[in-house]
Design a protein around this ligand. Structure first.
Ligand SMILES: Nc1ccn([C@@H]2O[C@H](COP(=O)(O)OP(=O)(O)OP(=O)(O)O)[C@@H](O)[C@H]2O)c(=O)n1
Ligand SMILES: C[C@](O)(CO)[C@H](O)COP(=O)(O)O
Length: 374
């Protein structure tokens, strides 16, 4: 059994306004879509992102398969279902990228209901009285009995929802409508008031408040790296080229500071180290610029729904002198990581001429990193 989640995020969010489509706007320090993706981590076997072609570069950092969206939500879902065909998926969840606060409990209920039903979706009963109105005046009332407010993820047996979407004439508000049109029963599972869809600007304020009320998850990681000196006239340290009477030896550009920092980030996520993601045995990483590794680690941070609280790097060497380059190093790292410079510290110490660093045989670097998720 393979489960997949399709996260539709190709809309333009016109009702939400703002400089960016709503799924890319920042909510509690990270993009809305990063929250949404993090909610599915570890709960399904595969996650597929449906994005607008203009957002390809922005979305690449998540490291997930990407499918181009359609002109409508249903079109976007259809593209992803077509893409998943033949990949052994038996259950598929279809979720709005604009619902970042979906809980693990809601996702689990939908998946569980699919054991006995072709379709399942979360919803909340309508509890307020319903009126009709015109020009600001109540013109009638409507019974609320049996009415539900639909949420996502809406889950289905894969083959059935793919066939239903292919046959549907279009114009459906959601995937439950498509499934029902094709004759499939859809089970209602309990929704969650917090599983709101960000639709209007004021929804962001409510979502921020909900997130503030949740427990904060903090993770710490450390990293340590050493590179030996060889002949040369420059070294790369924390993204800055420093003139020196030696060079650092390594499979990549040997930026010992950036390597320690990257390992600290992987460590905080409990996702191994640089060697796991970029094996030295693989010739494609020979001479690689270290920002590739750091950007990858930051993509993993975003994909897991975390953000950087702060990082601290210590370089251990007698020479070159780090002080004159410290500000440039902090700026370089902050630029690569997309965080404010005041969250990045770079400092240096000598080892009082003791050991391999004291004998100027190489440079060592230590790094600590703290990640937070609301
Ligand atoms: N062509 C489209 C339209 C919508 N969506 C996605 O479907 C979800 C729910 O749609 P909605 O809230 O209507 O989003 P938008 O279409 O972006 O919003 P608006 O109608 O305000 O422009 C969103 O995650 C949105 O990105 C999509 O993937 N492809
Ligand atoms: C799918 C959906 O989220 C169910 O509530 C909703 O129908 C999509 O958003 P829209 O605002 O109706 O386009």
């Amino acid at each position: 059994m393979t489960t997949a989640a399709i996260i539709v995020a190709a809309g333009r969010g016109t009702r939400a306004g703002g400089d960016l489509p709503k799924q890319w706007q920042i909510l509690a320090g990270i993009p809305v879509l990063a929250h949404t993706i993090a909610a599915f981590a570890g709960r399904v076997d595969r996650v597929i992102l449906v994005i607008h072609p203009d957002d390809r570069a922005r979305a690449a950092g998540f490291g997930l398969p990407m499918v181009e969206g359609g002109a409508t939500r249903a079109g976007s879902v259809r593209h992803a279902l077509d893409w998943l065909e033949g990949q052994g998926v038996t259950k598929v969840l279809i979720h709005d990228g604009a619902r970042p606060l979906v809980s693990g409990a809601v996702i689990a209920s939908v998946l569980q209901a699919l054991d006995t039903s072709t379709g399942a979706a979360p919803a909340l009963p309508v509890t307020d009285a319903l009126w009709r109105g015109e020009a600001g005046t109540v013109t009638g009332t409507a019974p609320r009995d049996g009415l539900w407010r639909a949420q996502t993820p809406q889950g289905f047996r894969f083959a059935e929802i793919l066939a239903a979407h292919r046959a549907h004439p279009g114009g459906a508000a959601d995937d439950v409508e498509v499934a029902r049109w094709a004759g499939h029963a859809v089970t209602i599972v309990p929704g969650d008031e917090d599983n709101m869809k960000l639709t209007y600007p004021q929804d962001f304020i409510r979502a921020e408040k909900i997130l503030k009320g949740r427990d904060m998850d903090i993770r710490l990681g450390n990293g340590y790296d050493v590179h030996a000196f060889t002949t040369g006239d420059q070294v790369w340290l924390c993204g800055v080229n420093v003139p020196h009477d030696k060079a650092l030896l390594g499979h990549s550009d040997a930026d010992v500071g950036m390597h320690a920092l990257t390992d600290a980030i992987y460590g905080a996520l409990a996702e191994g180290d640089i060697g796991v993601h970029f094996p030295p045995s693989d010739p494609q990483w020979k001479g690689a610029e270290s920002h590739i590794f750091l950007r990858h680690a930051m993509g993993r941070v975003a994909a897991r729904g975390y953000r950087i609280a702060n990082c601290d790097v210590t370089l251990v060497c007698e020479r070159p002198k780090i002080g004159p380059h410290q500000a440039a190093m902090r700026a370089a790292l902050a630029g690569i990581m997309g965080v404010d410079m005041d969250r990045i510290s770079v400092k240096a110490t000598t080892s009082e001429r003791l050991g391999f660093t004291g004998r100027e045989e190489g440079i060592a670097a230590l790094a600590t990193c703290a990640l937070v998720r609301a």
